[in-house]
Write a protein that binds this ligand. Structure first.
Ligand code: FES
Ligand code: FES
Length: 177
């Protein structure tokens, strides 16, 4: 007798739009976005939390969607790369990546941009990183050096090695160029 996998109903807001889907408990958020909602901007690369290509925002925080179960996102606000532009106007981070040639093949780029947007917000909120020298004072955007950007973006790999241009793009979008 074969076991029947129970299905779960999940209601989320994706890029400002309420969506409900029925998934197996093992379905990842990445699979739900790409295969249930057709939002293929979020990329599957390593599928095991090592490359950052699948980065999205959940309730405003960056999350590796290959490592998150869809069933655990009930009630959450999810933003993907498709939801970053507003009324046809690119997000400043998207514009900065174009300006600085922050990509070649582009496969890692959605994850890079989603991660970069969140990284700048984390810096604005005063979060230090492993590269922060002085932990006795609160972090500010003025402290967001190139070394800080490299550390905060270190979870996003680029096989085309566009790192210098990515760092320049993040610095410009953060007003630190
Ligand atoms: Fe998720 Fe690589 S695909 S971290
Ligand atoms: Fe090709 Fe990053 S632009 S992997």
């Amino acid at each position: 007798m074969s076991a029947v996998t129970p299905l779960m109903s999940v209601t989320v807001t994706v890029n400002g739009r309420g969506r409900t889907l029925t998934v197996e408990p093992r379905t990842t958020l990445l699979e739900a976005l790409r295969e249930h909602f057709g939002l293929t901007g979020t990329k599957k690369a390593c599928d095991r939390g090592e490359c950052g290509a699948c980065t999205v925002h959940v309730d405003g925080r960056r999350v590796l969607s290959c490592m998150a179960l869809a069933a655990m996102q009930d009630g959450k606000q999810i933003t993907t790369i498709e939801g970053l532009a507003r009324d046809g106007v690119l997000h400043p981070m998207q514009a900065a990546f174009i300006e600085h040639d922050g990509f070649q093949c582009g496969f890692c780029t959605p994850g890079q941009i989603m991660s970069a947007v969140a990284a700048v917000e984390e810096a604005k909120a005063g979060s230090p990183s492993a590269a922060t020298d002085d932990l006795t004072k609160s972090f500010s955007l003025a402290d967001l050096s190139r070394a800080e950007i490299r550390e905060r973006m270190s979870g996003n790999l680029c096989r085309c090695a566009c790192y210098p241009n990515i760092v320049a793009a993040v610095a410009e979008a953060a007003g630190r160029s």
